[in-house]
Write a protein that binds this ligand. Structure first.
Ligand code: ATP
Length: 781
């Protein structure tokens, strides 16, 4: 391990490189394997992180192979142990703002789904995904002064197509790349507020997952399923945001098509699954070898895993294997894969204060709504006194009138009565006005109140999406349980370190043994050298064996790829045959030129502009100008002017008579009879006449040409004799051993003609079947 490299869970700086953590889990023997009497060939040493596989079928090969990993689990390892020791630290990192990825890899039926999902309804057997939910919500409920937003998405890759499992009928999904990593635009995300919410989302998605039956597994996952959890966390005190993303992946099983008893459909699926997995293998190899080019773009799976393999994520690969001898080759392949993946280095980075955080958006929106509601409420308070102030003008105006009248009039009483009348009028007018205004204001107030209520509801909804941390601590967990959990993590960490130390110790023991062996005599030295040599030779043999195994496996992969390719070529030929026979040539050529490959979406598409008859893109028809009128024909203008004619009404509007008609492109051709050379026609004519085999090789010169010439000449002379004696029968009858029947006054030339054409229903002449030449399989035309 380099100085810059460390295994996850050992703490340290966030910019350090970190290897992909590789864990192998071996499942117990299945009932079927037991009844078939298959032997166990896998031995697991959990304390040393070592797994051994024995080869019992081939005595020529090396007997045992040993592999070392970060952790190994045998059939007895419980789901809880695997979770606490492997997954718990990673989920903790995600809750600190890192990206995390856990993917289960292995042959079909080795326990990937069992490890990731487990058995529902059994607390002991639930898998990694539901346990992750528990851990996340426990953390949220325990963390005070933090606000959380938890979004969940679920998708599958089936036959190299992305499918949204939470919106099964949604349109085509694609993988895109941005500065912050790979993502899938338009993927549906559901905001969750509890463990139950997340469980419901998982169950709903699983219902839409593609599964099928194979010989190896009754409920085989036929797709790669990716459960995505995004947790946004905001520290209320500092107002800083962190985002943790966790991808939980249950890959489809790698499988040998011969073993799974694949049907045609399963074969197609399997070839796509194997193709994606082999591209995953290529990516792992390229990363392990430090190759400058990593073929992420080879499949949708590797594109989605781009951040997890060689990217900014903390990653755990769980390789599932079976113990039976029947699956020796597949188990060995999985172990090799896993061994290679150990060398992949990632550079995990904390996602702090990201620009695209949804939580930030929500917070800003909440603030905006709060401000808006506050201002509206203030407005309500200001608007209330309007009722009272509306009465003021009455008194003011009354005083004014009194002043005006009082100053100019002598009789005070009359003035008073006038003022009283006017006052009453003014008052009733004003009261009406006020009532109207009050009604209007009330209406306005009601509208505003409604609007405020709407805003308040929106605010409440937004606020409800955000979860306040540290709420239900006492309800959910007691202090003792928290302590226990801490201890579990400590134990897991210690076990990990123990395995690492054990592995180092074993290496050192080997070298110290060699050093200790001091040479006392020449004989001993020879003995020691011999032993060293035999050790080296054994290693050499093992490596050679490994090489042969790899070659064999490579050839097998190649054969399977060839099989898949043959299938595809066959299918292509079928489609081309249909196109060639049923699609007219012009249409075919047009379609070929219109089809363009979209690099981004990695598929063929038709360009939107149709080709016209001249083979040019675009439309021949003129495009209307927004400000100009369409051209109108002379006739239409004249007709439009003649007010007498009722039919002229139709010419009052614009017409399209002046436009050139858009004629459909011709898609058929005139029938032309095939061109046959004169010599061949002569030979055919003779064959028609005689009905016998014709020797087309000259017996004397042994040449086809001279024989053909003689036939042509004979035909020409026969034609001349026909024109001279008017019948032309003599020659034919002379050469034809069969009697030529001429009935109903029909000449032999007509008989010859009818020989060339197929008999129709209209023809009165019924030809005897013998009249058709059979020997060469010639068909009358
Ligand atoms: N560690 C284990 N302990 C007990 N049973 C297990 C274990 N691993 C797997 N099984 C059982 O083996 C069977 C196959 O497991 P599972 O369906 O998880 O395989 P898989 O690898 O997901 O297969 P596929 O790739 O075809 O989907 C199941 O019945 C499962 O319960």
């Amino acid at each position: 391990m380099s100085a810059k490299t460390r295994r996850p869970g050992t703490g340290g700086n966030q910019t350090l490189n970190e290897c992909v953590q590789v864990v192998v889990r071996c499942r117990p023997m299945s009932n079927r394997e037991r009844t078939e009497g298959s032997e166990e060939v896998v031995t697991v040493y959990p304390n040393r992180g070592v797994i051994e596989i024995a080869n019992i079928s081939d005595s020529y090969k090396e007997q045992r192979k040993m592999f070392t990993y970060d952790a190994v689990y045998d059939a007895g390892a419980s789901q809880t142990t695997v979770y606490n020791e492997v997954v718990f630290p990673l989920v903790s990192s995600v809750l600190e703002g890192y990206n995390g990825c856990i993917f289960a890899y292995g042959q079909t039926g080795t326990g990937k789904t069992f490890t990731m999902e487990g058995i529902r309804g059994n607390d002991e057997l639930v898998g990694i995904i539901p346990r992750t939910f528990e851990q996340i919500w426990l953390h949220i409920n325990r963390t005070e002064n933090f606000q959380f937003l938890v979004d969940v998405s679920y998708l599958e890759i089936y036959m190299e197509e992305l499918r949204d499992l939470l919106k099964p009928n949604s349109k085509h999904l694609e993988v895109r790349e941005s500065g912050s990593g790979v993502y899938v635009p338009n993927l549906h995300a559901i905001t969750c507020k509890s463990v139950d919410d997340m469980m419901n989302v998982m169950k709903f998605g699983n219902k839409n997952r593609t599964i099928g039956f194979t010989n190896m597994n009754e409920h085989s996952s036929r797709s790669h399923a990716i459960f995505m959890i995004k947790i946004e966390m905001c520290d209320i005190a500092t107002n800083t945001i962190k985002v943790g993303k966790l991808n939980l992946i249950d890959l489809a099983g790698s499988e040998r098509q011969t073993k799974t008893g694949a049907s045609a459909e399963r074969l197609k699926e399997a070839s796509k699954i194997n193709l994606a997995l082999s591209s995953l293998g290529n990516v792992i190899s390229a990363l392990a070898e430090g190759s400058p080019h990593v073929p992420y773009r080879d499949s949708k799976l590797t594109r989605l895993l781009q951040d997890s393999l060689g990217g900014n994520s903390k990653t755990i690969m769980i390789a599932n294997v079976g113990p039976s001898a029947y699956n020796y080759n597949e188990t060995l392949t999985t172990l090799r894969y896993a061994s290679r993946a150990k060398a992949i280095q990632n550079q995990p980075v904390k996602n702090e204060d990201p620009q695209d955080a949804k939580l930030k958006e929500y917070q800003e929106e909440i603030e905006r709504l709060k401000r808006l509601i506050g201002s509206k409420q203030l407005q309500h308070r200001v608007e209330k006194p309007i009722k009272r102030s509306l009465k003021k003008p009455k008194i003011e105006k009354k005083e004014k009138l009194r002043r005006e009248l009082g100053e100019s009039t002598v009789n005070h009483l009359t003035v008073e009565s006038d003022v009283g009348k006017v006052e009453k009028e003014i008052e009733s007018d004003k009261e009406n006005e006020v009532e109207e205004e009050v009604a209007k204001t009330n209406e306005q107030l009601e509208c505003e109140r409604l609007e405020t209520a709407k805003l308040a509801a929106k605010l409440a909804e937004l606020e409800s999406q955000l979860v306040q941390g540290g709420k239900n601590l006492l309800d959910t967990y007691s202090e003792r349980q928290i302590e226990l959990e801490k201890k579990l993590v400590e134990i897991a960490d210690r076990k990990k370190r123990e395995i690492e130390m054990q592995q180092k110790l074993e290496l050192q023991e080997e070298t110290t043994l060699e050093i200790r062996e001091t040479v006392t005599s020449l004989e001993q030295e020879v003995d020691l050298k011999k032993r060293k040599l035999s050790k080296c030779y054994a290693k050499y043999l093992a490596l050679q064996q490994e090489l042969n195994d790899c070659k064999y496996e490579h050839n097998q992969d190649l054969r399977e790829l060839e099989m898949a390719q043959n299938e595809l070529v066959k299918e292509l030929k079928r489609q081309l045959l249909i196109i060639d026979n049923f699609v007219p040539i012009e249409v075919k050529q047009r379609l070929y030129t219109q089809a363009k490959y979209d690099e981004e979406q990695e598929e063929w598409k038709f360009s939107t502009l149709p080709l016209n008859c001249d083979g040019i893109y675009g439309n021949k028809r003129p495009v209307s100008h927004p400000q100009r009128r369409r051209p109108v024909s002379e006739f239409a203008l004249l007709e439009a002017k003649s007010a007498t004619n009722e039919a002229a009404l139709r010419f009052k509007s614009e017409n399209i008579v002046s436009y050139e008609l858009e004629m459909p492109c011709r898609t058929t051709q005139e029938y032309r009879s095939p061109k046959i050379s004169a010599s061949l026609q002569a030979v055919l004519a003779q064959a028609m006449q005689t009905g016998d085999d014709i020797d087309i090789v000259d017996a004397h010169t042994n040449s086809i040409r001279s024989r053909l010439e003689s036939i042509i000449n004979a035909n020409a002379s026969a034609a001349t004799s026909v024109t001279t004696n008017g019948h032309g029968l003599n020659n034919t009858t002379a050469r034809n051993p069969k009697p030529t029947r001429i009935s109903n006054g029909v000449s032999s030339t007509a008989a010859l003609d009818s020989n060339r054409r197929p008999p129709t229903g209209r023809s009165q002449l019924k030809k005897p079947p013998s009249a058709y030449p059979k020997a060469r399989g010639l068909v009358n035309k």
